[in-house]
Design a protein. Sequence first.
Length: 255
Amino acid sequence: MVELKTEQSIDEMRAAGRVVAHALAAVREAARVGACLLDLDRVARDVLREAGAASPFLGYRPEFAPVPFPAVICTSVNDAIVHGIPGAYRLRDGDLVSVDCGARLGGWVGDAAVSFTVGRPRPADLRLIATAEAALAAGIAAAVPGNRIGDIAHAVGTVCRAAGYGIPDGFGGHGVGRRMHEDPGVPNEGRPGRGMTLRPGMVLAIEPMLTAGGTDEYTCDGDGWTLRTADGSRAAHAEHTVAVTADGPRILTAP
């Protein structure tokens, strides 16, 4: 069931989205060579606490997970695609880092992700990240009333495939509201003109995930959470929470 949000509810979700944006900016600033992933999680926790927000990630346990998620951010490094658990790893020169963060404020959730490099970047990584961001922008542009979920999926997938990148099979975006994951699902590849019709008041997390090697296959670490590229290539992830409005898409997790 899809809940249509009122203009007031969307404004309240924007407040949660700002907290997410601030947390991601703070984590990115702290993510220097030698920084510990656990310390980055602490940075995000501080931002949430100072804003009076809670984390929808911490303690989250979907059906596939053997244990609840133990952090407020996901930190996926190099060949990790999504859901990386912050640990003792210290960032190295040239690492590609994807950080996913959520915030719950006033009963509403915001969810976003960003990818970036640490130290001296590899040109291939910069192209991968730029493509993830371009795919996200294309998906957002398609989030208008009268379009369909398939139009968003097609926009995202077209950008990814044109660049020769893979799209992890079965993973994509989702509705957002009182809960972090709501209906409808938003695939990262699909046929235009198919799926649910977009209506004002729908709020969606659009989140391209790209693999540099071009394969859609992935593996899961023993922690039951971290997904990695099957071929060991690098991955990038970009995400915003977006409201469908009569005036066009409204990005609720923009800085």
